[in-house]
Design a protein around this ligand. Structure first.
Ligand SMILES: C[S@@+](CC[C@H](N)C(=O)[O-])C[C@H]1O[C@@H](n2cnc3c(N)ncnc32)[C@H](O)[C@@H]1O
Length: 229
């Protein structure tokens, strides 16, 4: 049984955050996608977005779920693959969802969900995916938050979210996401409580532009891969 999401400001105020997000304008400027005041993703992220998609493709003949279309960098790789059984996408912003449909709507065995993952994932059947690429959350903090606050908030958010992902993953199905702080650690006990195990981390070298608010100032980002029990 998946626990009700509740303890974080994010989940307690989800309806309001979600409504505000949907109404926020989209802007693409200098290769960066903004929704309202929130920088979502930038073109410099392409190398690790590609890696995230490739990790999902390791499950050959798999049913893949991507959460968050953004600039479509990971999606391009997934949609072009002929080794997967099905490709599903959840995207919450109307304009981005419409771009996604125009770009990949005709792909064979594609299903698009215009929704927040927090809403639609809870309605999906158990064990229906073999891999999930998770790269979507509403802003958890403002741009001025310090790195310690960022990593502890993201960790709390993930610990509440992970059981929802393990429920819809097949046994040994994988979840991948990027740790933007390079600092998130889960104990085996914490992972077990979310029905995941095996923490695999992969560093991917990146060149992060000055004053990029979402990332720490390292020359790499960490991709985290978990396996469902
Ligand atoms: C970081 S971008 C994804 C980048 C993408 N991986 C790429 O390769 O370009 C995040 C995307 O998730 C969407 N999003 C944010 N919160 C969401 C949520 N709770 N459920 C579904 N989509 C969400 C945003 O509209 C945005 O398109």
């Amino acid at each position: 049984m998946v626990k009700k999401m509740s303890s974080l400001y994010y989940f307690k105020n989800f309806k309001k955050l979600a409504n505000d997000f949907r109404r926020s304008p989209v802007k693409i400027e200098n290769g960066a996608l903004w929704i309202g005041d929130s920088l979502q993703v930038s073109e410099w992220e392409k190398p690790f977005q590609k890696k995230l998609a490739q990790i999902c493709l390791n499950k050959k003949e798999g049913n893949i779920l991507e959460i968050g279309y953004g600039l479509g960098m990971a999606s391009n790789i997934l949609a072009a693959s002929n080794i997967i059984k099905s490709y599903s996408l959840i995207e919450a912003h109307p304009q981005i969802f419409s771009t996604a449909l125009n770009t990949i709507g005709e792909v064979a065995n594609f299903t698009g969900y215009y929704s927040f993952w927090e809403v639609v994932v809870t309605k999906m059947s158990p064990k229906c995916f073999d891999s999930i690429l998770f790269d979507a959350y509403l802003p958890l903090f403002d741009n001025k938050a310090d790195s310690e606050y960022k990593s502890s908030t993201i960790k709390k958010y993930l610990l509440e979210s992970l059981p929802h992902f393990s429920r819809i993953l097949s046994k040994e199905g994988i979840l991948v996401f990027v740790d933007v702080t390079n600092d998130i650690e889960f104990s085996a006990k914490e992972l077990l409580s979310t029905n995941f195990h095996k923490l695999k981390k992969k560093k991917v070298g990146v060149v992060i532009p000055d004053r990029c608010p979402n990332y720490c100032n390292d020359d790499y980002v960490t991709l985290i891969q978990l396996e469902a029990l």
